[in-house]
Design a protein around this ligand. Structure first.
Ligand SMILES: Cc1cc2nc3c(=O)[nH]c(=O)nc-3n(C[C@H](O)[C@H](O)[C@H](O)COP(=O)(O)O)c2cc1C
Length: 186
């Protein structure tokens, strides 16, 4: 697939089929992620491919956080169950973390590099006929979520990438033309 086609056609996929994703396919995607540009070659990215147990544990934390906003205890329990089940049912989920350098400047560069790796992964997945959805949020810093993923101290989770065969065509979210945001500086 032409790189421009992949860039323009990639959209977040919210519903996946049950088809499992082969380990070789996941490894290929992680190799694409690890080709990201990286100042100082710190290679800060770390990948946690979550199995069903880890996804269930992560889902339970995510669900518990969402349920905190629900007053009725029965409804809150239902939220936890729903989110836990949905996470466990994902064909594949990868937590991407970065190693935290002592220098704020390098940390910022490393965050950028890691997210470029995430984009590599998502575009490569699209080119392989797979869909992705990048998830983030304060949950990534929750010690319970970090424990579910198995991320050690000294790393920061920067993204959870859901991956699978798309169950339906993803909805397009059109962008404004780049020309609207562009200044040609003489
Ligand atoms: C850094 C980052 C964090 C994101 N976090 C979330 C998230 O927590 N939940 C979510 O549903 N989508 C999340 N997204 C996906 C965006 O909502 C999505 O990319 C955006 O709506 C544009 O849609 P598209 O990917 O289909 O083009 C995130 C995207 C980025 C780049």
């Amino acid at each position: 697939m032409d790189i421009h086609d992949a860039i323009h056609a990639r959209r977040s996929v919210k519903l996946f089929t049950d088809r499992p994703i082969a380990r070789e396919q996941i490894e290929r995607l992680l190799e694409a992620a690890a080709q990201a540009p990286n100042h100082r070659m710190t290679q800060p990215w770390r990948f946690y491919v979550l199995g069903p147990e880890a996804r269930r544990a992560y889902g339970a934390v995510l669900g518990a956080r969402k349920a905190k906003k629900v007053e009725d205890p029965e409804a809150a329990r239902a939220v936890v169950e729903k989110v836990t089940t949905a996470e466990a049912a994902l064909p594949c989920e990868i937590a991407v973390s970065m190693v935290l350098d002592a220098s704020p400047e390098i940390r910022e560069e490393d965050y950028a590099a890691t997210m470029m790796g995430v984009q590599n992964l998502m575009l490569a997945a699209h080119a392989m006929g797979l869909g992705t959805h990048l998830k983030s949020g304060a949950v990534m810093d929750d010690p319970r979520a970090r424990a579910a993923v198995g991320v050690p101290d000294g790393e920061r989770i920067v993204a959870l990438v859901q991956l699978g065969e798309p169950a339906a065509a993803a909805q397009g979210k059109p962008r404004r033309a780049a020309a609207e945001f562009t200044t040609w500086v003489p």
